[in-house]
Design a protein around this ligand. Structure first.
Ligand SMILES: C[S@@+](CC[C@H](N)C(=O)[O-])C[C@H]1O[C@@H](n2cnc3c(N)ncnc32)[C@H](O)[C@@H]1O
Length: 270
């Protein structure tokens, strides 16, 4: 075994999954994985990956894997990360840290989310075309009293336009991707929106309070919208509006839609 890799990639069997004795120092890890679709020809690529302590051991088409593993020197646990694309516009990253205390085989079900260690869910970056940005601001009836949030702000265009063109009082863009947050800040500086627009890096699902927003823009995915629903419902004040590009909010019936564009509006009432 090469010293730099204490992971024993024992792809010794895949389907039979009988429990065989592991060589000294190694532990048998039996993984249940979701059956993932393959997406070809996308940029950036939508490839699934399965890493153990950073080393990719993914094999297409395998939903049951048996591997021999050993923590890195000085550690007593291994980190398993399964990343996949259930739909072409959304990446799910599922992480488990497993303590290895004996050589007894370990079974791990990665086919579903563990609520105690929630998945990271990332929608792809696709900028809203500028005429649709304008239509979203009009559908939200943005005026000078509004505080506008864009959850998954990309290059910042929605909040910059809301402040710059529709005279919103303030804008806040939040994105999981730090590079896009930097780009948004540059675009805001170029547009001269000054301290009326701010950006921060954060996972949308970590936002606990939307109460200062009077308008929330979304262009994410059905699943992210569904997961955001409870906190939006709980913390937005009456009179606030949600405008979503393309994706709906489960069974919430929209109060209006965006004409030629794939836009939906929900008014928050009591
Ligand atoms: C479809 S783009 C929309 C960008 C921008 N709102 C627009 O309309 O031009 C989705 C954006 O959401 C960001 N995003 C995806 N998943 C996220 C998450 N879990 N939390 C925060 N931002 C996320 C992506 O990085 C990307 O910039």
């Amino acid at each position: 075994m090469h010293a730099s890799s204490r992971l024993l990639i024992g792809m010794i069997f895949v389907c039979s999954c009988q429990r065989t004795a592991a060589p000294s120092g190694a532990t048998q890890l039996i993984l249940n994985l979701p059956d993932v679709p393959e997406y070809k020809g996308y940029q950036p690529p939508r490839n699934a990956s399965l890493t153990i302590d950073g080393k990719d051991v993914f094999e297409p088409g395998q939903t049951r894997r048996a591997l021999l593993v050993q923590p890195e020197k000085g550690k007593d646990s291994i980190t398993i990360v399964f990343s996949y694309w259930p739909v072409s516009h959304q990446n799910i990253i599922r992480t488990r840290v497993v303590k290895i205390t004996s050589q007894a085989p370990i079974s791990l079900d990665l086919s579903r989310e563990d609520p105690s260690r929630p998945d990271v869910i990332k929608a792809v970056y696709v900028p809203t075309p500028s005429e649709v940005v304008q239509a979203m601001c009009r559908l939200a009836s943005i005026g000078d009293k509004d505080v506008v949030y864009d959850i998954g702000c990309g290059d910042g265009r929605l909040v910059i336009t809301a402040v710059d063109t529709f005279n919103a009082r303030r804008g806040l863009g939040i994105d999981i991707d730090p590079q896009l947050v930097e780009l948004s800040k540059k675009n805001s500086a170029r547009a001269g929106t000054g301290d009326r627009v701010a950006f921060r890096q954060q996972d949308a699902l970590a936002i606990e309070d939307f109460s200062e927003a009077t308008v929330v823009f979304l262009y994410l995915s059905d699943e992210l919208n569904m997961r955001l629903r409870p906190v939006l419902r709980r913390t937005l004040k009456p009179g606030a509006r949600i405008v979503s590009h393309r994706f709906r909010m489960g069974d919430w019936k929209p109060d209006a839609s965006g004409g030629d564009h794939d836009l939906y509006l929900w008014n928050i009432e009591r």
